[in-house]
Design a protein around this ligand. Structure first.
Ligand SMILES: [Zn+2]
Length: 461
């Protein structure tokens, strides 16, 4: 993590990569007949991010992978990515989720402890009735932790969860290596310390804390952390989290195969929701939702959940009707009526004429994408991407006061001092000024005063 000078708390440092199509899609993998893979996104590299600024970005469809930030175009995608969030204060665990917690707690505590503790520390009748009627998530996830258990007696296992800085350790890497190889079935030669560091350690988010005054009266930590789960002192799982002013954003969850039978993914999600609730972050972001990807369905089993509309950037309840719209349409815009917003992409998902390549079978959407894909990189300001200002909009934005950091010095300079500033045109793709305008458009012109264009670091690896 870099902290460039004393301006670090004020600016987030970004380097514009550009708008382009990804040649691979990990969600649908095979290209369907008549439809080539297309995943258009705008990309930038972050050398330093304030949690407050990144919170604004995730509320505008952005997400990070290591230091790479990206904002997908839901309209030009084989697998449109939608941002989800769950209100932890309204969360109601399902029977299945409650059972996962209870089963895990019983495994840690053990039958002997349970019966002995009931004898030594009996619950009052009112307390027993409350526990029977109410499943208090925060209380239950902490229940098996060694520090909360009454002793004697001794539980079968010692369980502890700690929030640690997102630094690399061999202990964490051993879990990552096992998880990727056994659970994810990744070839061993694709798994490396370098890859682990790049994606899950040393995030560009600066660490800090909120002012005191959460539900527990304490300040909330901000930044990227590893939530480490240990049984009998041995690390068994790691939740990679971005803690932002208003949310716990789940980055990744990895665990050792030996605890697979305990349903660790579910326990991790519930633990993160409990953290959002008890510390006062309120929202839990489970990452992107891709409706046509069955592996993502688990995310929407946590309710109530809201989906971010790509056009008006407001949140809509992800209820049965919203899911039905995803079933009917490829690209869904919740801020417009279905006739206006959803019809465009209908039928794209599973063409009726599979196996045939019909010249007339392309939808307008595909033609747009093919045009854009004619070049390796496309121009964001001509992309018609949802939620992004047009070229005409950007021409009216005053970018003169934008701050830049150049290669050659630690001083920040103002954009209008650049020699090219008055000669270059944002309408000319590839020029420095148009690349900067793309970045400003992608983050939103109203956030122009919070970013510094950083030309010092051009690559994430
Ligand atoms: Zn895809």
């Amino acid at each position: 993590m870099q902290t460039p000078g004393d301006v670090a708390p004020r600016y987030s440092f970004l380097f514009p990569i550009g708008y382009s199509n990804s040649s691979e899609c990990g969600y649908c993998r095979n290209t369907r007949s008549g439809q080539s893979t297309k995943r258009y996104s705008y990309y930038a590299i972050a050398t330093s991010l304030t949690p407050a600024f990144y919170q604004k970005l995730v509320n505008r469809c952005w997400r990070r992978s290591g230091t790479l930030l990206y904002r997908p175009n839901q309209k030009h995608s084989c697998c449109p990515h939608y941002t989800l969030r769950l209100d932890s204060t309204q969360f109601k665990p399902t029977k299945d989720q409650r059972q996962a917690v209870n089963r895990f707690n019983r495994h840690i505590i053990g039958d002997a402890y349970a019966s002995e503790a009931a004898r030594l520390h009996p619950r009052s009748r009112a307390e027993a009735r409350r526990r029977h009627n109410v499943f208090d998530l925060v209380e239950r996830v902490h229940e098996p932790e060694a520090e909360f258990l009454k002793s004697p007696p001794s539980p079968d296992h010692a369980f502890a969860v700690t929030l640690e800085p997102d630094t690399f350790t061999e202990e964490k890497y051993a879990i990552f290596e096992n998880y990727q190889r056994v659970v994810h079935r990744e070839p061993p030669d694709k798994i490396s310390r370098h890859g682990f560091k790049r994606f899950l350690c040393n995030s560009p988010l600066s660490r800090g804390s909120t002012a005191a005054g959460g539900p527990d009266g304490k300040a909330r930590p901000l930044g990227s952390f590893h939530q480490c789960y240990r049984i009998d002192g041995k690390l068994v799982a790691v939740g990679v989290l971005d803690l932002l002013p208003d949310c716990v954003s789940a980055v990744y969850f990895l665990y050792h195969e030996s605890i697979h039978w305990l349903n660790p993914g579910k326990l991790g999600a519930l633990r993160e929701i409990a953290l959002a609730r008890e510390a006062g972050y309120r929202w839990w972001y489970p990452g992107y939702y891709v409706h046509n990807c069955a592996k993502m369905r688990y995310k929407i089993e946590y309710k109530p959940q809201y989906v971010l509309d790509p056009e008006d950037l407001r949140w809509y309840l992800l209820d049965k009707e919203a899911l039905a719209r995803f079933d009917r349409g490829h690209y869904v815009c919740f801020s417009r009526k279905e006739e206006e917003g959803g019809g465009h992409g209908q039928g794209v998902d599973i063409p009726a004429t599979t196996g045939e390549s019909s010249e007339n079978g392309n939808t307008a959407e595909e033609e747009d994408a093919q045009e854009a894909a004619g070049e390796e990189d496309a121009f964001l300001l001509a992309s018609n991407m949802p939620g992004i200002p047009t070229l005409a909009d950007m021409a009216r934005v005053d970018m003169d006061r934008l701050v830049l950091r150049a290669d050659f010095s630690d001083n920040l300079i103002v954009a209008s001092h650049l020699v090219i500033w008055d000669t270059e045109d944002i309408a000319q793709p590839g020029t420095l000024k148009s690349r900067i305008a793309e970045l400003v458009a992608a983050v939103g012109p109203d956030l122009l005063g919070e970013i510094c264009i950083d030309f010092r670091k051009r690559s994430s690896s």
